[in-house]
Design a protein around this ligand. Structure first.
Ligand code: BTN
Length: 248
């Protein structure tokens, strides 16, 4: 595998760095190639949400990956990316981040980074995955709908961090944790559980369609699913995308 970031495509503006990276990947571009933009006009998040991407205020990054993993095992990549972001915020920027399952990175209870993995699967084989990472760096305020739930490094620490400054240490950690996804996935899960207050023993409310249940978290399953124990004692695995989880 080429080093992550050894080929870098940099733009002033894109609809979404994930869109551009996906076009490259579909044409066979090699693993590790990254795409960044100073702003995105249609940045997107998980579950159809949009990702606010004003010029120069955030890191908007997509990485082309071609992991040797089955689609069923691939959700570990998003967990590993959450670990890499949280470690960078903690070790390089002195924050005390938390990871909300599956991979929202929070600071002071507000979201500072989001991760969106989009995979191309053919005949039950993973062709490639686009790992999209957004980190709020220098925003001082946010659009109305996320005003109370979002934060940035500037708000949290008073430091002005340029996208390129954050990119370098992040890529080093991503490289390490991405490789571990294939060779030592149990280490990725263990580190995630260490960094996340949602790993074990956290009381949460799970919302899926009309169903609302209260449960306690019991760590990550090998597949990356979150294991929860209901009040009845029943143990379930929950898969990202299907549910919303709130702290209690
Ligand atoms: C989420 O928390 O819902 C995921 C947000 C992911 C945002 C990043 S920014 C770079 C890449 N391009 C996108 O359009 N989205 C991801």
């Amino acid at each position: 595998m080429a080093k992550l970031g050894s080929t870098l495509h940099r733009f002033d503006s894109l609809t979404s760095t994930n869109d551009f990276a996906r076009e490259l990947a579909a044409r066979g571009t090699e693993e590790g190639t990254i795409v960044i933009a100073r702003r995105q006009t249609a940045g997107r998040g998980r579950q159809g949400r949009r990702w606010s991407s004003p010029e120069g205020s955030g890191l908007y990054l997509s990485v082309i990956l071609r992991p040797a993993l089955s689609p069923a095992r691939s959700s570990i990549i998003a967990l590993a990316a959450g670990v890499a972001v949280a470690e960078t915020l903690a070790l390089d920027y002195g924050l005390t981040p938390d990871i909300k399952w599956p991979n929202d990175v929070l600071s002071g209870g507000r979201k500072i980074s989001g991760i969106l993995v989009e995979s191309a699967i053919e005949k039950d084989l993973l062709q490639y995955a686009i790992l999209g990472i957004g980190v709020n760096l220098m925003q001082e305020e946010f659009p109305e709908e996320i005003r109370d739930s979002a934060t940035s490094i500037l708000i949290e620490s008073g430091r002005r961090v340029a996208p390129e400054d954050f990119l370098k240490p992040l890529l080093e950690r991503l490289e390490r944790w991405y490789r571990a996804c294939m060779s030592r996935p149990e280490e990725v899960r263990a580190r995630w559980e260490e960094l996340s207050s949602y790993g074990r023993g956290r009381r949460v409310r799970i919302m899926s369609g009309d169903e609302r249940v209260e449960a306690t978290t019991r760590g990550l399953h090998e597949s990356g699913a979150l294991i929860i124990e209901l009040e009845s004692g029943e143990v379930r695995e929950i898969v990202s995308g299907e549910i919303t989880l709130r702290p209690l």
